[in-house]
Design a binder for this molecule. Structure first.
Ligand code: NAP
Length: 285
């Protein structure tokens, strides 16, 4: 039987790109969707999909029929690991899954406050062969969560001070994840993934102004105004607090680590911020 790989977070940043990479390698992928009828058009044509919801354990069984490997994305809104993620890991353990690639977070192994730490620990304890993908901050946050301020006000509205971040393109993360799930030698390993340089948001605004050919400014709002604006936009309090925590980490220079893992694994340079901005230009007009 063909080896099937279940990709969770299939409509999201890394899930969708991971699906494309796995398909390019001619592997059999199943996209796990919360709302298959609504979202099947978001994934590539001719790909299998299945209903899957961390909040509905009754969807697990059907989702992993014939599946040997899983790409696991923790949805940002689900912070209660014990309640929402652990039951799925327990289930995968019982089903004797061969490999679990978990999208974690750079530094997660030393940060007991993030859900990724608990998930990593729990996966290790489960005994399921794993690959931890630990990326830095996604470039694509600029084209999704923060695109409205850039589009409407030509402003990067992020409370990160002068701190630098080693931004990574999710397409690089997906390449590594698909490699880890398709080649030998990646079980029980953890990969810290970053772009090739760390930039502060003043530098990002400068590069963005050049690529978009219009003045983009970085406003470095206070935490209070950031909270208020995000709340008014309908984001959940927990999600805003996580964003604030992440940007505070960056403000204190803790997000600037640069690794050469992409270069080692993919044998090429990471995607540059200039290329990302060119490729996603339409998001800011
Ligand atoms: N953003 C960053 O810079 C960054 C950096 C490092 C690590 N991370 C980590 O990466 C992970 C993903 O974050 P992201 O911002 O890139 O999100 P994302 O993957 O773009 O979106 C979340 C995905 O999870 C799915 N989902 C939501 N609730 C679900 C549920 N109950 N059951 C099954 N699937 C569900 C969503 O599907 P629907 O379409 O149905 O909502 C969507 O596909 C998070 O754990 C985050 O901490 C993020």
């Amino acid at each position: 039987m063909l080896e099937k790989i279940l990709v969770t977070g299939a409509t999201g940043n890394t899930g969708l790109e991971t699906i494309k990479c796995l398909m390019n390698k001619n592997l059999t992928v199943i996209a796990a969707l919360r709302n298959p009828e609504k979202d099947k058009n978001l994934i590539p044509d001719n790909i299998q999909f299945v209903e899957f919801d961390f909040e509905k354990p009754e969807t697990f069984k059907n989702a992993i029929i014939g599946v040997k490997k899983v790409y696991l994305v923790r949805p940002p809104a689900l912070s209660d690991v014990k309640r929402y993620i652990k039951p799925f890991i327990d289930f995968l353990k019982n089903e004797k899954i061969e490999q679990l690639a978990f999208l974690s977070l750079i530094g997660a192994e030393n940060n007991h406050f993030v859900p990724h730490y608990k998930i990593e620990q729990y996966i290790i304890e489960s005994g399921i062969p794993y690959t931890f993908i630990r990326p830095s901050f996604f470039m694509q946050n600029l084209s999704t969560t923060h695109s409205q301020d850039i589009k409407e006000n030509s402003e990067i509205f992020i409370p990160a001070g002068k701190g630098k971040t080693s931004f990574i393109d999710v397409r690089d993360i997906a390449e590594v994840s698909s490699l880890a799930l398709s080649e030998l030698g990646h079980k029980n390993k953890a990969y810290e993934l970053t772009g090739s340089q760390a930039l502060d948001y003043y530098q990002v605004a400068e590069i963005m102004s050049r690529v978009l050919d219009r003045k983009i400014t970085y406003s470095d709002p206070s935490l209070f105004s950031f909270f208020q604006k995000m709340k008014a936009r309908g984001y959940q309090t927990n999600f805003i607090l996580v964003m604030i925590a992440i940007y505070t980490i960056a403000r204190f220079g803790k997000a600037e680590t640069v690794t050469d893992t992409i270069k080692i694994l993919l044998k090429r340079e990471p995607i540059s911020i200039e290329k990302f901005l060119e490729d996603y230009k339409s998001c800011w007009f």
